[in-house]
Design a binder for this molecule. Structure first.
Ligand code: PLP
Length: 484
């Protein structure tokens, strides 16, 4: 593999070449809405190319993409698993196309789809009700925290603080602050989990909730969760469980049974809908019985034979998104669940855990494992004791044509390599990844500078990522006029 960036169209341009095989459309002058002097005669600086050159240009650009459909994608925390094509096929049926203001009696099927998914998610999680409207995990967090805030305020017990363990995903503190809370970070122990005693030390009457991810971002199950829930509830505080890692234990345990008051799920992670390319996500929020009335509208109900939509809520909770959420993502998730069936939901979790542990066992002799607790769906190594850094290894993986793992997260692990193979990968693919890792570690031992110079086969090599984020260049311009 030695991929090159296609030559810029502007540089290939030759005067007089045309990419259009049809003659200019004959638009009657009197049909043209723009005044003649406003019409462009020429487009300045447009490249002049033939049709086939343009087709090849874009096709070659598209081939530079990497995706789950192209190869292994062990990006920890993101659950980049394979999304079955049947989900796409069904989501693309024209029958679902409905204007969001369509009369309710004409969209009974669409409402049934949404209600069916809500009900399945309730079964999987043992929560009392769901809203499907949030557009992503982080949006679900904000929605869930609003429910907590409104519930406590309604009880006359508004509180100021949300406790968050130090292993948390960055969206947890961000959502809390956006919801008007102060956050307090609390440490996890040497086994990578939260101790009940630590929680107690930080608990007082101002704590609205603990926001905990389970299994956490170290891939470790928070085994004190039931006692944590009890201690929180005794203090009048609530338990928010970030359910982004639900693929590690769905079908085996249910957050509601563990004492969670609010959870969010990521349909685009656990429930196999595509993500990672900026496409729409979905972050349904499930709540316990006492909090149901604080869920945002619209609420879909099933009265008698008919589905209805309620836009008013006795608690006055507002909507969090226009209309009903990302409907086509909801369809994909429902298809995924129906296709799996009840028995195989558990199999998903078992395979996710098996795959992560297979990688852990095979790479443990070569890499430092900062937390020895049992791994669930992902495993976190560090670069301790190596001749090169985590970044160097990730860059070298690109030369082998694979997507690297998540690097430098969670923040509590120095030089973290966060590997999440997911349940959809075969043993052969895992072995291939493991072989590549062992090869790279061997290269690093023999010639660290070589690995530090990677990648060698990609169109661009090491980038100044800080600069790239701070000085976005979103539009190519000829060098002479490049100003930003
Ligand atoms: C992905 C993730 C989130 C955020 O979800 P988005 O859909 O990306 O907004 C929150 N928490 C954890 C643990 C996650 O892995």
């Amino acid at each position: 593999m030695n991929k090159q960036l296609p030559e810029l169209m502007f540089l290939k341009s030759r005067d007089g070449k045309e990419g259009c095989s049809l003659s200019a459309p004959e638009i009657a002058d009197d049909l043209c809405v723009l005044a003649a002097d406003k019409l462009r005669k020429d487009i300045a600086d447009f490249p002049q190319l033939s049709e086939v050159e343009i087709v090849r240009h874009y096709t070659n650009l598209a081939h530079l993409n990497y995706s789950v459909d192209a190869g292994f994608y062990p990006l920890g925390s993101c659950t980049m698993k394979y999304n079955p094509k049947i989900n796409e096929k069904i989501a693309n049926q024209p029958e679902w196309n409905a204007h969001p203001y369509s009369p309710i009696h004409l969209v009974q099927g669409n409402l049934e789809i949404m209600k069916s998914l809500e009900e399945l998610l309730m079964k999987i999680t043992a929560m009392a009700a769901f809203t499907l409207t949030p557009a992503a995990g982080a949006h679900g967090e904000l929605t869930g925290l609003r429910v907590i805030r409104d519930y406590l305020t309604d009880k006359g017990d508004a509180r100021k603080i949300v406790l968050i363990p130090d292993s948390a995903h960055g969206t947890n503190p961000a959502s809390s602050v956006l919801c008007g809370y102060q956050t307090k970070e609390i440490p996890s122990n040497e086994n990578g989990i939260l101790e009940v005693e630590t929680l107690k030390k930080h608990l007082d009457k101002d704590v609205a909730a603990l926001m905990i991810t389970n299994p956490n971002t170290l891939g470790i199950f928070e085994k004190n969760i039931v006692e944590i829930a009890r201690v929180l509830h005794e203090n009048g505080s609530l338990l928010y469980m970030d359910g982004a890692n639900m693929n590690a234990f769905m079908g085996i345990a249910k957050p509601g049974d563990l004492g969670a008051d609010v959870i969010h799920l990521n349909l685009h992670k656990t429930f196999a809908t595509p993500h990672g390319g900026g496409g729409p996500g979905s972050g349904p929020v499930g709540v316990a019985k006492d909090l149901v009335k604080f869920l945002p509208v619209p609420i879909i109900t099933h009265e008698g034979k008919e589905y209805k939509v309620r836009y008013h809520n006795e608690s006055g909770s507002n909507r969090v998104k226009n209309f009903y959420g990302n409907f086509l993502v909801i369809i994909r998730a429902l298809v995924y669940l129906l296709e799996l069936g009840k028995e195989n939901i558990r199999q998903v979790a078992e395979d996710a855990v098996l795959n992560a542990n297979y990688i852990r066992k095979k790479l443990e002799p070569y890499l430092d494992l900062p937390y020895k607790s049992k791994s669930l769906h992902e495993v976190i190594f560090s670069d301790k004791g190596l001749t090169v850094k985590t970044l160097d290894i990730a860059k070298r993986i690109l030369d082998y044509g694979m997507h690297p793992f998540t690097i430098y997260f969670p923040l509590i692990v120095h030089g973290a390599m966060m590997i999440e193979p997911t349940e959809t990968e075969s043993k052969e693919t895992l072995d291939q990844f493991i072989d590549i890792m062992i090869k790279i570690l061997d290269e690093a031992k023999k010639d660290p500078a070589f690995v530090q110079g990677a990648p060698y086969s990609t169109p661009v090599t090491r980038l100044d990522e800080v600069m790239a984020a701070k000085q976005l260049i979103l539009r190519w311009k000829p060098a002479a006029t490049q100003t930003n």
